[in-house]
Design a protein around this ligand. Structure first.
Ligand code: TNX
Length: 507
């Protein structure tokens, strides 16, 4: 059944069947949307002139922009939406009231497109409902980013967070710094496999993605990870670091980070200016995670720089760096997002914190310090972790996150201000996901639990979600998603080759 579950749903007696002569009554863009979403699989024209029942969409300014009401009566379907986003979500719900074959891209014979009578009133609990895709550790083909947007939108998610840069690869084309993609976008091998890996997205590719996503009410959040996780940039421009480097070919945290001097800072603001020119959303993610200052501590030049800036010591340089970049973005009308690691560096209050190190540790600390916070806790949203302890699960980090653990997760820490919790998102770190098929296996169905936590009145109950996943997995199958079946990997999805160790829970 419907995923994410709506705020209020009442079944009514009877049904309506969409047929070849059903009319669509809606403002032109929304009528086009209805045809786009229901036309291919049914093969019906869905024109304004049909004479056998009506699908109508009206805008009602009294509802919130993302809210909608959907009524199915024996005479037709009527949708009232607060805005085009609400209308989009209403149509996603309508598709889920139809047989799963509605997700097919060409007319399928032998189906009756019957919808049960129902009255639904729905709106999201959180304004930030996202998915993070790490395209740095493994570049994913451009086409897959578009498909990923479709999958987010199908689950009423509205943020695609792209982790565009890391030690192992730089994927964002820069006009000012061309070596970032000439040198920084590829590595000689991965963890000893001897096979080169690389790729990048041109600014035009990313603008196209932004436009495609906007039509599906998804905002693309770019992340340029700084001042740690920058080996790929340092490989391209060695003067950014403490000496020459190569794009990393192994995982983990690397100590060689950006030099916090004038040139290093200038590089960051130059890149952010280019990023702003491509991504129109309010938020820009500047990373700030896993940044060891060991290298900074060891340098007389950097210790002097800290003194010149009037800072207490070298760690103060990290605070300075985040504060300056947040101010820089603020002057351009943008808001910085940082991983919660920056909390120990006293970030300015206007920074939005993405809390990954525990809801009750990092999430609570961010909220107590008064930050807008996105809950991205590893205990419930890290879908790179293994879905089960079965050694046949595909390769991954040595931690476990079964579907059951992604369910029942309340993102707001007890006793703290729910208004500051912008929402939640799932993460797909791709160290062990070289291909889109690997990403889809890890993402689904666990991403449905996170999407439901973000949209619905409360987090999903495991047994209840499993009950609704039957038809939902058929929808994913119709779309061609390489999801993980509930009882474990199919023979061709099982780990091959590498010796497996059973994962443990990460606390
Ligand atoms: C921690 S979460 C990281 C990533 C890794 C991930 C693996 C975060 C801000 N940093 O660099 O890919 O763990 O699970």
């Amino acid at each position: 059944m419907i995923i994410p579950w709506p705020l209020d749903l009442r079944w009514r007696a009877g049904s309506f069947t969409i047929g070849p002569d059903t009319a669509v009554h809606a403002p032109p863009r929304l009528a086009e949307l209805v045809r786009d979403q229901l036309g291919p699989a049914t093969g019906f024209a869905l024109s304004p002139h049909g004479r056998n029942g009506v699908v109508s969409v009206d805008l009602d300014a009294d509802l919130g922009a993302e809210a909608y009401q959907l009524a199915v009566r024996p005479t037709g379907v009527s949708i009232d939406a607060g805005g085009s986003a609400g209308a989009y979500y209403a149509i996603q719900t309508l598709r889920q009231l139809l047989p799963p074959a509605i997700y097919r891209r060409a007319a399928v014979a032998g189906h009756r497109w019957t919808v049960p009578c129902v009255e639904i009133s729905d709106r999201p609990r959180f304004r930030w409902r996202g998915g993070m895709l790490d395209v740095a550790r493994h570049h994913q083909p451009k086409d897959f980013l578009f498909r990923f947007v479709d999958l987010l939108a199908m689950h009423k998610c509205n943020v695609l967070h792209l982790h565009l840069t890391d030690d192992q690869g730089w994927r964002f084309e820069s006009v000012r710094y061309p070596r970032l993609t000439e040198v920084g976008c590829w590595r000689a091998e991965t963890a000893g496999d001897g096979a080169p890996h690389g790729g990048f997205y041109s600014q035009d590719d990313l603008r196209e993605l932004v436009g495609y996503a906007a039509r599906r009410h998804v905002t693309v959040l770019p992340e340029i990870d700084m001042p740690g996780h920058m080996l790929a940039a340092i490989a391209a421009y060695p003067r950014l670091g403490a000496g020459p480097a190569e794009v990393a070919t192994t995982w983990g945290v690397h100590d060689h980070i950006l030099e916090p001097d004038e040139a290093g800072f200038r590089f960051c603001t130059d890149i952010l200016d280019e990023v702003i020119g491509v991504f129109p959303g309010r938020h820009v993610h500047i990373g700030g995670d896993e940044c060891s200052t060991t290298q900074w501590q060891g340098s007389e030049r950097i210790r002097r720089r800290a003194r010149e800036l009037g800072l207490a010591g070298v760690p103060g340089l990290h605070s300075w760096f985040v504060r300056e970049l947040a101010t820089f973005l603020g002057r351009r009308g943008r808001t910085a997002v940082c991983w919660d690691d920056v909390l120990s560096h006293d970030p300015p209050p206007e920074v939005t914190i993405m809390a990954w190190q525990g809801r009750d540790k990092a999430g609570a600390a961010a909220l107590r310090a008064g930050h807008d916070t996105v809950i991205a806790s590893s205990e419930a949203t890290y879908l790179d972790f293994s879905a089960s302890a079965d050694p046949a699960e595909p390769a991954g980090p040595p931690w476990l996150l079964p579907l059951e653990q992604a369910c029942g997760f309340e993102p707001v820490p007890a006793g703290l201000d729910p208004d500051r919790v912008l929402g939640t998102q799932f993460q797909l770190w791709t160290e062990y996901m070289p291909t889109p098929a690997d990403v889809e296996y890890k993402a689904f169905p666990r991403a449905t639990a996170v999407a439901e936590t973000a949209w619905s009145a409360g987090p999903p109950d495991y047994a209840d979600l499993v009950g609704r996943l039957g038809p939902h997995l058929q929808r994913l199958a119709a779309v061609g998603v390489n999801y993980r079946p509930l009882d474990g990997p199919l023979p061709w999805q099982r780990r091959g080759g590498q010796p497996a160790t059973a994962p443990a829970s990460r606390s």
